[in-house]
Design a protein around this ligand. Sequence first.
Ligand code: HEM
Ligand SMILES: [Cu+2]
Length: 495
Amino acid sequence: MANTSYEHIPDRGATAGVLAYLGTACAVLLLMMLVGLLMRLEQAQIIDLGANWFYELMTLHGAGMVGIAGIAGAAVMWHFLRQYVDLSPGIFMANLALFLVGVSMIIGSIVFGHFHAAWTFLYPMPSKAMGMWSQEAAAMFMGGLLVIGVGFLLMHLDIARAIIARYGNFARALGWPQLFGHDDGNAPPPTVVASTMVTIVNIVGLVVGASILTMMLVNLYLPEFTIDAMLAKGMIYFFGHVFINATIYMAVIAVYEILPRYTQRPWKANRVFLASWSASTLMVMFIFPHHLLMDFAFPQWMLIMGHIIGYLNTVPILVVTGYGALMIVYRSGIRWDMASRLLFLSLFGWAAGAMPAFIDGTITVNYVMHNTLWVPGHFHTYLLLGMVAMVFGFIYYLGKPAQHATESWLDRAAFWGFTSGALGFSLSFLYAGKESVARRYAVHLPEWLPYDRVGSLFAALVVASSLLFVLRFFSRLGAAGRDYARAPLAQGAMA
Ligand code: HEM
Ligand SMILES: [Cu+2]
């Protein structure tokens, strides 16, 4: 049984760059989780920071989490993509350096400048602070986002260059010859298809995001340069939607690469797989109006487009990935360890988190649900139980000292703590949303407090379990004699 030898599919091992990304991701993720816990405790009226601090923390948490999800996703993608194409480690590190500069600017703008217009920095709020923060604080925040965006843009341009050098063009990297012509079985591997999709959509998204940030920075100092508020909102949500969605499309590469290593069954990009990824490449860019369904001033066709494409895009990648994973695992004699468990959990979390969005993407439902905690319920489910679980799974995979190394009860306790904590925490948001509890409110009505208190308990469980995951990672990093830079799993298999 359990013939899980890895030597047929070697992994070149994590580079120092990937480890630096993951170290940064773990540290920032934990910090932002603590910030989230503080917000929830404030809503539960267990602590009393005051409304201003709540909105400052909300701005920090939103921007920090979205950014760190991008960094963690990029680490997964870069680690595996470099097996197929020739990526530049220098540019990869430049992105991390720019990220750290941008994060410092953002933290400075919030902690010292008290900026709190949320990570969505909706025009014209940053420049109309009514004395709550200075122009410089707003400029620091938006400048910080711009610096981070430039770093990601550089990284994606390098990835685009490397993919085109190897495959000729994006159409071939997406497997179009096999999709539309004769399927000769030589479609690019799933990692290349996914990376191509993410690179296309993120380059477009980041250019749009950088454009609106630049326009708003100009407006900050030259108020006579005004911007159409609807256009600004559309551009911000286009960028924000694409960027946060891209994080899960990067992280899912861990599932495509790691489950086959565990089961010795390759994950082939068949026609259905290729069709799903190509379709989503377009759809991810056209569904952003699902954030704008309440804006009656937007052209109606855009809202209807958001509704319909929102429905359509929920299905394809999720289904091919979920079905593919079941087929790979079914009767494979897979050895369940922390990595494979977390990856499997992540597919459940992703699927479960997509459902509330599907419901909220219905225009008539959206009028009632959109500004409630239903929406944070949706995205915390797919980001925490989906995206973050994928990243922790990847980290456990990299850190496994040998193929048959056993895990301690503490790891398993952390797994169950994380799973039940994240489920309970997300459900407390969803249930509150169903009860019409407003989103982004520092102060809650007395009848809302029970959900907030239950949510806080589960949130604390998530933080504690994540801390155990991260401590395990750092202790393995520090352990003498363990060299991550040499493929740990491939070696374990030969031992
Ligand atoms: C222990 C884990 C976490 C806790 C306790 C937490 C807590 C919170 C709370 C209380 C809010 C405000 C909800 C509201 O009243 O509107 C929030 C918003 C948010 N969270 Fe989290 N969160 C956690 C993990 C995450 C993760 C992993 C991500 C993304 C990868 C994330 C991304 C966001 C975003 C984007 C917002 C929206 C901010 C806004 O409305 O401007 N959170 N979170
Ligand atoms: Cu969206």
